[in-house]
Design a protein around this ligand. Structure first.
Ligand SMILES: [Zn+2]
Length: 272
């Protein structure tokens, strides 16, 4: 019986092998090194765009996960904002940009939201996560910090959402962008070479920022000086490490340093 069963299956082996190899390659191609998880479609660009560009230039695979479609925004439409996010993703050279499709203005830490994020993390397998600042005044931003931290941990537990059939992953480390609260950064990334591209990616979100032809209501973000404000912020954090532009991060855990001399003799600003 064994022999009879094997004969008809033989001609399909090359196909099956090809499909298996294709699936493995395709699967691995979707895996990334660093994932930025932020609430609204322009948040990634406003906060960590320079760091993502720099990581890409160093050969890492980068991704962004927008948690909502930004439908509560004063300006723009869901469709228009998705197109702007695609355009910005090209400028940031992202390997992956996805949307978790949670409701803007109603993002909460729940079993459903944690599980949704765990499934993305297990599929993309990022080693590092960038996200909002803890205690950010925007409720969505702050709740996302909780969802990200819990999902990162739960993704490493095989029996959590085990019926879905994904493998557990190693816990990705979370680095919080510093934006609204005054916190001493754990580290600052020198993004001097990427400032222009970062601004270009921000400007790709045309509906959200300064546009003298727009007839939609004004917001703080649409004022003429808002992008200058962002650039000044980058210059300030750059000045803390003696470079032109920097993006600040806070890591809640202690950093494991291999060589303190190599680390502490990098350019710094001792008067910062
Ligand atoms: Zn936001």
């Amino acid at each position: 019986m064994d022999r009879i069963n094997k004969i008809p299956a033989y001609p399909f082996y090359p196909c099956k092998l090809f499909f298996l190899v294709f699936s493995v390659v395709n699967f691995c191609m979707n895996e990334i090194d660093i994932l930025a998880i932020f609430a609204h479609p322009d948040d990634v660009e406003l906060t960590v765009g320079g760091t993502l560009l720099k990581m890409k230039s160093l050969g890492y695979k980068t991704g962004a996960l927008d948690v909502t479609k930004g439908e509560m925004g004063t300006r723009g439409t869901v469709t228009g904002r998705a197109e702007e996010a695609d355009e910005a993703a090209k400028i940031l050279k992202l390997d992956v940009r996805e949307n978790l499709e949670l409701p803007d203005g109603h993002v909460w830490l729940t079993e459903e939201t944690r599980t949704k994020l765990v499934r993305v993390l297990r599929r993309l397998k990022p080693k590092v996560l960038l996200t909002h600042q803890i205690d950010d005044p925007h409720p969505d931003h702050n709740h996302i910090t909780q969802i990200v931290r819990e999902a990162a941990r739960l993704a490493s537990m095989q029996k959590y959402d085990g019926d879905f059939g994904q493998e557990k992953i190693k816990v990705p480390i979370v680095a919080h962008n510093i934006f609204s609260q005054r916190v001493m950064p754990s580290f600052i990334v020198d993004v001097s070479e990427f400032s222009a591209q970062k601004t270009e990616a921000i400007r790709a979100h045309k509906s959200q920022f300064y546009n003298p032809e727009s007839i939609e209501p004004e917001t703080r973000l649409t004022g003429k000086g808002f992008i200058d404000e962002l650039e000044n912020r980058s210059r300030y954090f750059g000045s803390l490490i003696g470079v032109t532009a920097g993006e600040p991060f806070y890591v809640r855990e202690a950093l494991n340093v291999e060589d303190p001399i190599a680390l502490l003799t990098r350019p710094m600003n001792l008067y910062s």
